[in-house]
Design a protein around this ligand. Structure first.
Ligand SMILES: [Zn+2]
Ligand SMILES: [Zn+2]
Length: 134
């Protein structure tokens, strides 16, 4: 029952990861323990996205990211353009705005996510250290 074992390991990995991951991340973390193909990883991820168990994100990094969402509240992301760090944040203010827009347009919201791009505090230090020396 190789198939079942693969799927089980894959599902366990995905459901226990509480951060943002790429298909490659999942594949890398499993490939030494289970015989698994990239195609299986992609197929499974797509299936879980279709069933709203995980969410797909385009964080502008040239690959798709995923995160487990089932039963979790909506949140937003701060994405560092330099190191790729992704920080999550929640905001009552944004929540209110989303509710208001949805009400105005008679739209039933199931989820939302704002992506904010910029530079994290660490990268700001790196990027601007030359300027400070002058
Ligand atoms: Zn950074
Ligand atoms: Zn997130």
């Amino acid at each position: 029952m190789k198939f079942t074992k693969q799927r089980e390991a894959l599902a366990k990995k995905i459901f226990s990861t509480r951060s943002h991951f790429s298909a490659q991340d999942i594949y890398e973390s499993l490939k030494d323990r289970v015989q698994i193909s990239r195609a299986t990883v992609y197929r499974t991820l797509n299936l879980l996205v279709e069933n709203h168990i995980i969410e797909e994100h385009d964080f502008g990094r040239g690959k798709k990211f995923y995160e487990f969402i089932l039963g979790l509240e909506s949140h937003n992301h701060l994405i560092c353009l330099r190191c790729g760090k992704i920080e999550e944040f929640k905001s009552d203010l944004i929540e209110k705005v989303v509710d208001e827009i949805a009400r105005e347009r008679n739209f039933k919201v199931s989820r939302y996510s704002f992506n904010v791009y910029g530079y994290c505090s660490e990268c700001q230090k790196e990027l601007f250290k030359d300027e400070k020396r002058k």
